[in-house]
Design a protein. Structure first.
Length: 217
């Protein structure tokens, strides 16, 4: 059953956990600590204190790493550590293909609404050709606000010039979904591609291939 009345004009899209693996999550930090023989608990506590500033675009990756790791001599270089960090990213091609197809079929506007530091964000946009299906990037490092700050969602709506009820926000983290819902934004809590595809259908958005198959049947 279609559970919306207002036509959907735009998609607000998280990146990490939806189209790509998370850029620098707890698992990635633990892997880095093991690889470089760093005390994980100490590094993670430092991360907890300083990461907001980096994701909000108020410090650089070098400044973040200087406080996270290189506050004392290390037997490896900052560049080696950065390479390990960005190497944690991998794409989810099925989700990329799904949203590409919906965007093309329905002429949807798309905007990234994600928490990510500048250098990691820029790398992932370029490496995985995210501009091929995302029109605008309202990343935390650009907006200087992090989800669930309401300003990042409101800025995304303003940039696209759409009303909350004309949009769907897709994110894998329930608390960010709930924050968007408080603003009247339609949402999909992303668990996997199949469940997200099925929820898109309830909004009247169906991939071209499936439409053709139903017509054939």
């Amino acid at each position: 059953m279609i559970h919306r009345q207002t036509p959907i004009k735009a998609l607000l899209l998280d990146i990490g956990g939806v189209f790509l693996t998370n850029g620098w999550d707890r698992g990635s930090r633990r892997a880095a600590a093991e690889h470089f023989h760093i005390n994980f608990d100490e590094m993670n506590e430092r991360h907890r204190i300083i990461f907001d500033a980096y994701e909000s675009g108020k410090s650089t990756l070098d400044e973040y790493l200087n406080l996270l790791v290189f506050y004392e001599p290390r037997p490896f270089t900052p560049q080696e550590f950065k390479q390990f960090m960005i190497g944690q990213s991998q794409p989810y091609h099925d989700m990329i293909d799904l949203v590409k197809g919906l965007k093309e079929k329905y002429g949807l506007q798309t905007i990234a609404v994600n928490n990510e530091g500048k250098e990691i964000n820029e790398y992932r946009i370029k490496e995985y050709h995210l501009k091929s299906f995302i029109d605008v990037f309202a990343s935390s490092c650009i907006i200087q606000a992090r989800k669930p700050d309401r300003n990042i969602y409101l800025t995304a709506l303003g940039l696209l010039q759409v009303e909350p009820q004309e949009t769907i926000y897709v994110d894998d983290r329930l608390v960010f979904i709930q924050a968007a819902e408080q603003l009247g934004i339609n949402t999909i809590h992303h668990i996997n591609t199949d469940t997200t595809r099925n929820v898109f259908k309830t909004y009247g958005l169906q991939p071209e291939a499936e439409t053709n198959q139903e017509e054939f049947n």
